[in-house]
Design a protein around this ligand. Structure first.
Ligand SMILES: [Zn+2]
Length: 108
């Protein structure tokens, strides 16, 4: 997601997405079957009613919350947070290099 795409979201959505992103280590994740295919999802509780849970595609491609479902753009803070989390994960350095522990060498 480019900075222009991020900036195209409202200030409120960006602020909420940043708050969600800061807590991404605590996100509840799972899988859901959509049109016969299993997809990764993140579950977010409603800020107004904690008994309501919204399901957001882990890539940010879609969300079941009212903001996303009712707006013409489909944008919501959950989708933006998931898209940003994907980018952070893709750009992250590997956490651990197993080659040292197992004495692996490049034999090519
Ligand atoms: Zn949403």
């Amino acid at each position: 997601m480019t900075s222009a795409q991020i900036a195209s979201h409202s200030r409120t959505i960006r602020a909420k997405a940043e708050a969600l992103l800061a807590k991404r280590s605590m996100w509840a994740r799972g899988e859901a079957r959509v049109n016969g295919a299993l997809i990764g999802v993140v579950l977010f509780s409603s800020s107004r009613n904690t008994k309501i849970v919204y399901m957001t595609m882990v890539t940010g491609a879609g969300c079941s919350c009212p903001a996303s479902q009712k707006s013409a753009s489909g944008r919501c803070c959950h989708r933006l947070a998931c898209a940003l989390a994907c980018e952070l994960a893709q750009n992250a350095e590997p956490q651990y290099d197993y080659s040292d522990e197992f004495g692996l060498v490049d034999i090519a």
